[in-house]
Design a protein around this ligand. Structure first.
Ligand code: MIG
Length: 799
């Protein structure tokens, strides 16, 4: 562990002056007098990769994070020499390497500094583990701010923080807990309206200091491995993030039911209890798509078994639940009970699939089943075996989703709560110790789970949720923020953590709504549901010994408020699904923190309560008890209060009413929001008509609406529909144009258009340039609505 001031660190070694460099295609290799090699790879016009080898020799290049199909290639590369520097210029920015000490600086094309090395690369050799602590420091500008790093439970803006990444089971963690379940060594810096990203792809324990130790220095370092990082230039944050997500990969579309409301608890058993819960949802008309089985469904916590006393016929139960519109999701942990009468244990033992200590014994640790061994998920053969274990659970019994927990990996009652560092791993043929494999263990488990669920659920899409993860893990799985607590502070944290995960490439995430540990008041529960329905993953979960957390537990008022918001989520499913499509296609985060939405407005740099859901809905949770409203910042532009339809001009903070049944929601002017009718679960009813809510704007705004079969893979064969709506508002006219691509044909034939904020009364409607009498469109003057064929291409509404 390095805690001392960098400069006090006597053991630090530094590169000396450059003796030569070589350029070969996309790579430039620099070598210093003391044998340090720096390899700069030009991956895209806005992305370089920098690797340093202290001995001049690089280890075999391998990364779990980088998507093998990531786009790369550049338009321009120029290399020039000056007296002091070697200068690399791409189409987007300039990188200078100093002859004196190979310190690196990045500049925009006008020569303005984006990011410059302070000490730059340095390292400290470790005799103990036979590698080096590899370190990097950068200068920070006064106005510079920092965002990212995955699930960290701290202020959204990271300036002034020092954090480390070491996946840890943190029951009831708190604000500023340094290490949580995930390791996402990616952050974005922003100053002078220029944003850049750093992805430090090193799976050892990593550390980040954002001006905590020294006001004008940011540093990152690792307890081993290679100084290997990617520099991505924006200047827009969305360019940085989509480039990062291109590099580390995007998931496939989830089945739409995975975006519904989910109910979970540790644990629902026996079968009669599960049924009692699901029936109650239907009886109370409270929409719900999934029910979760936590560890007690198993036989003595043995993975892939069932407790036959509680669940005598799982296949029948799962299919009955399915008939009632519930998908079943079951938990699977990594620890395999040491038990020679347990097939899976025996097989793994025979095949030598368990992790071993340095001298040969198995890694033995206590988790829920008692003493366990742990499969080495970093071995491709083990992953393949693990995938195959899902045959019965998914293929035969019909469970639709799998929940991977405890995969930090967590071990009970031992120092460090995880494997000791000497444990050996295959690391896909790059044998190493746990020091290097720890942070990707959970990701590789989720990957094997994904492959298995996908295989046995095919041609339907898989749903996986994991607690531990590493950069790139978004390709395989969704995630949640682990064991939070039923407090107002944790509601505040959940809001920040999910926004942070969204700008760390992991949009498909949510918190345990209501809090996992302890019990929420009805008020806290309602406020948390209000926020949770705007998170990409929406699940109530709680720990069994802390009472009930079903929506009806807190009385009718809370039930009604919760239902009202969950119904809103179901209405907005087509909008959320479209945002998901943008995430899957382009890497655009589903939630957009205000700084991401409008980085030019410096007011946003310290804002974290408010965020944009999708592209056009502004949301701000209420995070304290006993209030009738709150102050919030409305970003620049004009917005409509969703509840009152009143327009407000943004760029300022204002008071917004929010009694308990209201959470502040605003719609961007010009938006076209697609809505479903309320359903009790996805695909409960055939959609006969879609509603489009149109919010008047003087000027233009584009909106999108993506659809497909909600499950399956036909969308990849062009069987989807992507509608782009272009709204143009004038003083006394509104024009709506539609462009459609893809071959999916939806079940409904008409749109119900509802207008908000029109400054005129609609007198005439032109449909494809022909006037149509208002009655023919079932025009409703009071509601400002009309019915129109879904395939229209142009509409003019004239006042
Ligand atoms: O040691 O499976 O975060 O969601 O309910 C606790 C029981 C293990 C921790 C998970 C939580 C889950 C619980 N698990």
């Amino acid at each position: 562990m390095i805690t001392n001031t960098e400069l006090e660190h006597k053991g630090n070694l530094f590169p000396t002056s450059l003796i030569s460099y070589e350029h070969d295609q996309d790579s430039i290799s620099f070598i210093t007098k003391n044998g340090v090699r720096l390899l700069i790879q030009v991956l895209r016009d806005n992305m370089l990769r920098l690797r340093y080898a202290t001995t001049g020799i690089f280890a075999h290049d391998f990364s779990y994070a980088v998507d093998e199909n990531h786009p790369h290639g550049f338009n321009q590369l120029k290399i020039e020499e000056t007296d002091t520097h070697i200068v690399i210029t791409t189409e987007k920015f300039i990188c200078k390497v100093a002859r004196d000490d190979i310190r690196v600086g990045m500049y925009n094309l006008d020569g303005k500094p984006i990011l410059e090395d302070e000490l730059g690369f340095h390292w400290e050799e470790s005799f103990e583990f036979g590698g080096s602590f590899v370190k990097m420091s950068k200068t920070s500008r006064d106005q510079e701010n920092y965002f990212g790093l995955g699930d960290k439970p701290t202020n959204f803006n990271l300036k002034g923080k020092r954090l480390s990444l070491w996946n840890t089971d943190q029951y009831a963690y708190g604000k500023d807990t340094a290490e949580l379940y995930k390791a996402v060594p990616f952050y974005m810096g922003l100053h002078n309206n220029m944003s850049y990203g750093i992805f430090f792809d090193n799976t050892f324990k990593t550390h980040f200091d954002f001006c905590a130790e020294r006001r004008n220095v940011t540093s990152f370092w690792a307890d081993g491995g290679e100084m290997n990082y990617y520099f991505i230039f924006g200047p827009q944050m969305d360019d940085v993030l989509t480039t990062y997500t291109d590099l580390t990969g995007k998931p496939e579309l989830p089945p739409m039911w995975a975006l519904g409301f989910h109910q979970c608890k540790w644990s629902y058993y026996p079968e009669s209890k599960v049924k009692e819960i699901t029936s109650k949802f239907r009886e109370l008309n409270f929409p719900c798509d999934a029910i979760y089985l936590d560890i007690d469904y198993m036989d003595g916590f043995r993975c892939f078994t069932w407790n036959k006393e509680y669940f005598p016929d799982p296949k029948r139960m799962v299919s009955e639940l399915e008939e009632d519109g519930f998908k079943t999701v079951a938990i699977i942990d990594p620890g395999i009970k040491i038990d020679l009468s347990y097939d899976i244990f025996k097989e793994a033992l025979e095949k030598d699939y368990f992790c071993r200590r340095a001298d040969g014994p198995y890694m033995r640790g206590k988790v829920w089943p008692g003493e366990c061994y742990f499969p080495d998920f970093t071995n491709p053969e083990v992953r393949e075996w693990w995938s195959g274990l899902y045959r019965e659970l998914i293929g035969d019994i019909g469970v639709k989703g799998v929940w991977n927990d405890m995969n930090e990996p967590a071990v009970m009652e031992v120092p460090g709560k995880t494997f000791p560092l000497d444990v050996r791993h295959d690391y896909d043929g790059h044998r190493c110790s746990h020091r290097k494999a720890h942070n990707i263990y959970g990701m590789q488990m989720a990957r094997a789970t994904y492959e298995g669920v996908k295989r046995y659920n095919f041609p339907k899409r898989p749903f996986i949720i994991t607690r531990a993860n590493y950069s790139g893990g978004q390709r395989y799985t969704s995630t949640w923020t682990g064991d939070n607590v039923a407090t107002w502070e944790h509601l505040w944290l959940a809001n920040i953590q999910i926004q942070r995960l969204c700008i760390s490439g992991m949009s498909f995430s949510g918190s345990d709504i209501g809090g996992f540990a302890e019990q929420p008041s009805g008020e806290l529960y309602a406020r948390w549901v209000q926020l949770g329905v705007f998170h990409p993953f929406c699940r109530v979960h709680s720990s069994g010994d802390h009472g009930e957390q079903e929506p009806w537990f807190f009385g009718d008022e809370i039930l009604d408020i919760s239902r009202k918001f969950v119904e809103l989520r179901y209405q907005l499913l087509p909008y959320l699904y479209t945002a998901f499509y943008n995430y899957v296609q382009e890497g655009i985060p589903i939630l957009k923190p205000l700084v991401y939405f409008d980085q030019q407005d410096v007011q946003t740099h310290y804002r974290a309560d408010e965020f944009i859901f999708g592209n056009q809905i502004l949301v701000c949770p209420v995070q304290e008890p006993n209030v009738q409203g709150r102050r919030m910042y409305i970003p620049r532009g004009k917005w409509y209060n969703f509840w009152t339809d009143k327009a407000v001009a943004g760029g300022k903070e204002m008071w917004v009413d929010a009694p308990l049944d209201i959470m502040p929601i605003f719609i961007k002017e010009g938006a076209v929001i697609p809505k479903y009718p309320v359903q009790q679960y996805v695909d409960e009813v055939k959609i006969e008509q879609m509603t489009l809510d149109l919010y008047y704007k003087l000027g233009k705004e584009n909106s999108e609406f993506y659809e497909d079969a909600h499950d399956g893979y036909e969308y990849r064969q062009n069987i989807y529909s992507l509608r782009t709506f272009k709204l143009t508002g004038k003083e006394d006219e509104i024009i709506l144009q539609q462009h459609k691509s893809g071959k999916y044909s939806s079940s409904y034939s008409t749109f119900k258009l509802k207008f908000y904020g029109l400054p005129f009364k609609i007198r005439k409607v032109f449909y494809e340039n022909e006037e149509v009498p208002l009655e023919k469109l079932q025009f409703n003057a009071e509601e400002q609505s009309m019915i129109i064929d879904k395939e229209f291409s142009e509409l003019h509404l004239v006042g």
